[in-house]
Design a protein around this ligand. Structure first.
Ligand code: ATP
Length: 570
């Protein structure tokens, strides 16, 4: 397909904010996409491979600017000036390409295949001359691009497509285009997406109108799958009403989610963000080999930290850095040990377990694991119909430094990637929020060279809205207890800067942090209408996907209950 056709579709999609209109535009477009062009579905999400694949385009703004400079014969400084004025490198590319095309004739015609081919070479490049090779691959595309193509090429390169298309928009467009009259298409396509996590695979089956084959998509060991998420329980009583009697009650471990895949000798560990973290946890790989039976399986678990001396559990914060750590693994492994708590099984010896009831799955978990406390165990669980027993277990979990309990319907199936009513969490009032950094300020004095005050945003529909700034809780120097430093945050954020004005920078929403606060207030200063008083940095949430951060609704609900409390006691 001509890249121009895709670029025109992007343009149409950006011209409306209405979801239904976007679905119509996309459905009409998808009908025209042939089998051989199926991979362009990745481009619709700004990617070049399925979401879970680690090969990302990964081009910095600077590199993109250099390539644009080469392709259009414009000085980089001038491009940066324009960028600061317009605030979007895509629009800058459009403007410069327009001027250029008046003077030269375009020689090549871009196809989506050529774009994918060049972009896919980028993450594979290594070693000497990498930067130059990258620039020449991008320049080749930009030189052949018309002005409308250049906007979206540029935005794709820097990972900021701005067309407002989410996975669900593509799902509904697929249904509209290929299964307009099938009643249960929504459920089937959603389940197929949850299991495959590969939008091109889904598209290819859908375009042949094979609903049955979509239904039969199976899990694959080694291919990451999205974890099932929980809803909040209002009370134990309400949980029994929602889940039935008896229900399973487990510790809600305060660690991070680990999905464990094993096929014979090959073991892969994924986070909830579908990141492969096998290298970071060699001891966990050994535990799985030694203490869990079965040829092949996919297990769901939570890894928690503990203190070797006191055997007390430590919180998520203490071990979060292990997810990122790529060197001196043995040292951190020794200092920050984890215990893996297995609580579910999705696949076992060649068969999916998703449709089996939880009681069968949890029995299987308990059958194949030999418990080794402080290494790997089946999660602590009781099955009960008695409120008092649940309460006692809940208190015990809290006394053991865990977050609370998870309450589970014994008859329920496993639904990947969904926040379902069959699994509820019960924990003391929410004390922290998981927010994304969308801006910052360059520091001065002792903090010069680092980003210092960080703008925090919550999610509201498709937007990210600011609710405060945080600077406390972050350390200037490396500390014994491994507090996050300004330097670490700066290094993480710098590649995502999308605009700069004086000391202030705008940052692409990528880096997620947990913060506590003293109070939530109404605030006319923010578009969100709320502000956090005295926010304090607690931890990096590198395990959490952007789609799952705290929403404005969560915060407003918290504000409401805060008021009720103060009315009650104030
Ligand atoms: P929170 O910030 O409260 O952990 P969350 O948004 O990260 O919430 P939820 O879906 O609300 O995630 O809560 C479920 C999380 O709790 C799971 O993602 C998992 O990491 C963790 N967890 C700990 N113990 C269990 C357990 N026994 N069963 C299921 N999930 C558990």
């Amino acid at each position: 397909m001509l890249y121009k056709t895709l670029a025109e579709t992007y343009e149409k999609l950006s011209s409306t904010t209405k979801r239904l209109e976007k679905i119509d535009i996309l459905a009409e477009f998808l009908e025209k996409v042939s089998e051989k062009d199926g991979e362009l579905l990745y481009l619709l999400q700004g990617e070049i491979y399925p979401e879970y694949d680690e090969r990302k385009i990964g081009i910095s703004n600077q590199l993109a600017i250099k390539a644009l400079s080469k392709a259009t014969g414009t000085n980089s400084k001038k491009i940066i000036q324009e960028w600061k004025k317009i605030g979007d490198l895509g629009e800058v590319a459009r403007k410069l390409t327009k001027t250029k095309s008046q003077t030269t004739l375009q020689t090549h015609i871009l196809t989506t295949q050529k774009v994918i081919e060049n972009l896919r070479k980028l993450p594979d490049l290594e070693g000497k001359g990498t930067v130059d090779k990258k620039i020449s691959l991008i320049t080749e595309l930009l030189t052949s691009a018309s002005s409308i193509e250049s906007i979206y090429l540029m935005r794709t390169l820097i990972g900021d497509l701005r067309i407002g298309v989410q996975e669900s928009t593509i799902k509904y467009a697929i249904i509209k285009a290929f299964f307009p009259n099938e009643e249960n298409a929504d459920e089937i396509v959603q389940r197929a997406i949850d299991k495959s996590n590969d939008i091109t695979e889904i598209f290819q089956l859908a375009r042949k109108k094979k609903l049955k084959e979509l239904e039969n998509i199976s899990l694959e060991v080694g291919k990451p799958i999205k974890a099932m998420l929980a809803q909040k329980a209002a009370s134990i009583e309400q949980a029994f009403e929602a889940l039935g009697k008896p229900m399973a009650v487990e510790y809600k471990y305060d660690g991070f989610r680990l999905l464990i895949h094993k096929n014979k000798d090959k073991i892969i560990l994924f986070t909830r963000r579908l990141e492969n973290v096998t290298k970071q946890f060699p001891e966990v790989v050994d535990y799985i080999k030694e203490y869990i039976g079965g040829e092949s399986f996919i297990l769901d678990s939570e890894a928690v930290g503990f203190d070797r001396k006191t055997k007390q559990y430590t919180g998520f914060q203490a071990i979060s850095q292990r997810i990122r750590r790529k060197y001196d693994i043995e040292k951190v492994q020794d200092k920050l040990p984890v215990e893996v708590n297995i609580f579910d099984i999705l696949y076992y010896n060649g068969k999916s377990q998703l449709d089996k009831p939880f009681e069968e799955r949890t029995q299987l978990v308990r059958k194949i694991i030999t418990n080794h406390p402080y290494k790997i165990i089946a999660s602590k669980m009781i099955i009960t119909s008695d409120e008092k027993e649940v309460n006692k277990f809940y208190k015990e979990a809290l006394a053991n430094n865990q977050e609370g309990v998870m309450l589970k319907n014994l008859k329920a199936e496993y639904k990947p990637g969904r926040r379902v009513g069959n699994m509820l969490k019960l924990k003391p009032e929410q004390r922290d929020f998981d927010l994304v950094i969308t801006g910052a300020e360059w520091g001065s004095g002792k903090r010069s060279g680092w980003l210092s005050s960080f703008n925090l945003s919550c999610k509201s529909g498709k937007e990210f809205l600011e609710i405060g700034k945080v600077g406390t809780g972050i350390s200037e120097k490396e500390t014994e207890d491994n507090k996050i430093t300004f330097q670490t945050l700066t290094e993480l954020l710098k590649p995502h800067i999308i605009a700069e004005k004086g000391k202030e920078v705008t940052i692409k929403p990528k880096v997620i942090v947990s913060v506590t606060y003293q109070e939530i207030q109404k605030s006319p200063n923010y578009k969100s209408g709320v502000a956090l008083r005295f926010p304090r940095f607690v931890a990096l949430r590198e395990d959490k996907p952007l789609a799952e951060i705290t929403t404005l609704e969560d915060i407003e609900a918290e504000l409401g209950s805060q008021r009720k409390e103060s009315w009650k006691y104030g």
